[in-house]
Every structure is written in C-alpha cells, then in structure tokens.
Design a protein. Sequence first.
Length: 242
Amino acid sequence: MLETQNVFRPGLAHITMMLRDRLVRVRPLFLVIALLLIVTVVASIGVIWISENFPRRLRPGEVTEYVGQNLSAIDEFRENSIKGPQHVDMNNYTLAIKGLVDRSMSYTYDDVVSNHSHYEKVVTLHCVEGWDVSILWEGVLVKELLNEAGVDPRTKVVIFYAYDGYSTSLPLDFIVNNEILMAYKMNGVVLPPERGFPFQLVAESKYGYKWIKWITRIELSDNENYEGYWESRGFSNDATVP
C-alpha cells in the first residue's frame, strides 16, 4: 500500500504576505539611499549657487592670477597662530641678524623694503591640518640679508624668531639653494597684520609651521638639533611636503 506524501503548496494569500514582509525589510534601505541622493544633489546646487552669488572676498588691490595661474585669496588662510594675530609696533620695530656672523645687523622695515632687490613668485603653502593656498609672494632673498651680515663658515642652521615668541629653523643650505624669500607682500598687497606684517618667511616646499610670521630676529647657528615651537612638541624638524 503506497503512502501519500503531503506537499505544501502556498496559496496566493501566503505569497502576498511573504512579498509584503520582504518589502518591509527593503524599504528602510531604499529610503536611506534616496535621502542620501537628495542631500547630495541639494548640496551640489547650494555650492554652485553660493559660488555664483557670493564671490570670494578680496582685499583692495589684491590680484587673483599671475601669468595665467589662478591664486588663492588672502582670506582663504585659516588662523592657527599660537597667540592670535599680532600687531607689531612699527615705531619701535627692527629686524636683527645675529649669531655666527661677522657683524650683527639691525634693519628698520624701510631698510629691508627700500634698499634690497625685490623678487616675486607663486608658492603654495601646505598646512599639516590638510588645507593649502597658492599665493603670489613678493619680498627679499634671505641669503642677501645674511650675506650683508657675513656668514661664519661654522653656520649650519638659520633660526627665525617672531614677535609672539614663536620660532623655527631651516638649514642654511636650504635657504641659499632654494632662493627662500622673506615676504612683505602677498597677491600684490602689503601683508595684513594677521598674515604676518611686517615679514613672513616663504618656506617653499615645507609645511606651514616653517612659514614663520612677524619675524623680528634671525640667528645663524651651528646647532643642527635646534627645535622651534612645534618641533619641540613633536613635529618633524624637516617638515618637507611629500
């Protein structure tokens, strides 16, 4: 005698219930994807609208390009100095050059700007925080100032000191071989106080913490292990941008 095998055959109502359960599980994921697409589209439209209706702020006389190269705006810099923007008293300001030199030098702002050759070039500053700006810098060659003081053959390092107590250093060979500027203008205008007036170092190919602002003193040294403000807190003394 043959036994009859019971086979379950789902009915229409059961199939409908199964499909409904799957839709319930899929619906939240679909809604999340749809929401992300909407947010992306709205954000893109917003960026375009802002760029067209609110052009970037420029300082009076500030240039936006140089020999066909687009420049960042001065106000695209982010404030990250150790004590905030400095306002140097120019009535008492001098730039001193000391250390391993034949003769110590002391310059007024006008001595530097008016009595030395001017150079300009576009250089990009890269910050360790992840942002960068490309600026047209105008200034004097640091090596020309050092030559006027007379460089002692023992010199290995040039140390820069700022009005706010900040300091950093660079190898003498790097400064000489890379035509490093000490700038007094950016994008065609005099450095604003928050950007380092009277002088900012243009430490080309080095991270931003080597671009010291508000320079008051330059010291020639044989101490290759000198560590400035951030270097003494763990930052690389080399600071070369990859």
